[in-house]
Design a protein around this ligand. Structure first.
Ligand SMILES: NC(=O)c1ccc[n+]([C@@H]2O[C@H](COP(=O)([O-])OP(=O)(O)OC[C@H]3O[C@@H](n4cnc5c(N)ncnc54)[C@H](OP(=O)(O)O)[C@@H]3O)[C@@H](O)[C@H]2O)c1
Length: 351
């Protein structure tokens, strides 16, 4: 029997104004799938890029945005070999390749993980995308380890706070870069980082502030830069990579348009001005540049359990929820996330 559900659906990417709250019927879960009664949905900056049609993985035509959610298993489809079994009533978190902005979901069980007993649904919904992003970028590609000096851009955001927590776990030393003095104050209260390692991005003094942060750690340069902003702050950080240093780029928040739709003229100008690297110079400087998109991991589904296990081994605290919204207020939530002033994770609460 089909189940009634409500989703946020966009008929065609291009503008956040096209998002519509829609009632639908969801068929029963198919083979290897689990039906989840959603209690919380995690919001991601990428959701906005997807609605604007600026995310390479955006589906053609209409779609429901959303990359993660958490809730309770309501029923299960016919089992399939290689798909972990779940029982009705289990609390689960889910990775979704779009479709997460929904009150009920059918999810391939390979993208699910049980929620730790002491975690709330909102903490669980805030976890998979940003923790996996930080783990993959910092520990897999970035090879951060004890003693590494690591620049983390947007350090007070969802991915950023996960990155700081992970670096603390492995004994690395973070330089936290943020867009405003208010976020520096937030990080001062929340972390044990030295003042010199809390840096406001941009402006004339940015390079000098990065040098002061490195000096505070007695480090000649960054072992790793973890950046999803790009823009004018790319070059000062890249030039401060130590030999063997790695620059891991996983987003381009600087390309976010200021209005509800794309603003092609500004985008074209930014695209023309995007940083370019000389691979020959990277040989002699002994530096690496890498990029990634988590969609890659979603598609390599056989690697998802290993990734969840690696995260569980880090035993991270539940993510910091900075902003909670009712499901019906998704538009306001996305507008606030888009404005770049939020700290921690934003979640939608269902029911
Ligand atoms: N590659 C992947 O697989 C992957 C996966 C997840 C997330 N991401 C990327 O990681 C970044 C962080 O994602 P998140 O969901 O955790 O978001 P978030 O960091 O909580 O929020 C986005 C942050 O971007 C910064 N920002 C820089 N320039 C901006 C601009 N022009 N407009 C608005 N904000 C701007 C702001 O912080 P500050 O001003 O403090 O810097 C803002 O708070 C995003 O760029 C996202 O696309 C990539």
């Amino acid at each position: 029997m089909n189940t009634a559900r409500t989703v946020w659906r966009i008929a065609r990417a291009g503008s956040l104004d096209r998002l519509q709250l829609t009632d639908e019927r969801l068929p029963p879960p198919g083979p290897g799938e689990v039906q989840v009664a959603v209690r919380a949905v995690g919001l991601n900056f990428a959701d906005i890029f997807a609605c604007l049609g600026l995310y390479s993985a955006t589906p053609a035509g209409g779609f429901v945005p959303g990359l993660e959610a958490a809730g309770v298993v309501s029923c299960v489809g016919p089992p399939l070999p290689g798909h972990p079994p779940y029982e009705p009533g289990e609390r689960v978190l889910a990775l979704t390749r779009f479709g997460g902005y929904a009150t009920v979901l059918n999810v391939d069980s390979r993208y699910l993980a049980p929620i730790p007993a002491e975690w709330s649904f909102e903490a669980a919904a805030a976890y998979p995308v940003q923790a996996l992003t930080a783990w993959y970028g910092l520990l897999r590609l970035g090879a951060a380890r004890a003693g590494s000096v690591v620049l983390v851009q947007s350090a007070a955001g969802g991915v950023g706070l996960q990155a700081l927590a992970m670096l603390e776990r492995v004994g690395a030393r973070a330089v936290a870069v943020v867009g405003s003095a208010a976020k520096v104050r937030f990080l001062r209260e929340r972390t044990a980082l030295p003042d010199a390692a809390l840096v406001v991005r941009g402006g004339d003094g940015y390079a000098r502030r990065l040098d002061a942060a490195l000096a505070a750690y007695g480090a000649p340069g960054f072992d790793l830069v973890f950046d999803a902003v790009l823009g004018d702050t790319f070059r000062p950080a890249f030039e401060r990579l130590a030999p063997e240093g790695r620059y891991v780029l996983y987003g381009a928040a600087d390309f976010m348009p200021s209005g509800a739709s794309r603003g092609w003229l500004r985008l074209a100008w930014q695209w023309l001005r995007r940083p370019r690297l000389d691979p020959l110079a990277m040989i002699s400087a002994n530096r690496a540049f890498m990029g990634f998109n988590l969609i890659w991991l979603w598609e390599a589904v056989e690697r998802v359990p290993e990734a969840y296990a690696a995260l569980a081994a880090l035993d991270l605290p539940p993510p910091h929820i900075g902003n909670r919204y009712a499901f019906k207020d998704a538009r306001r939530a996305l507008d606030e996330l888009k404005a770049g002033q939020t700290v921690g994770k934003s979640v939608l609460l269902v029911g």
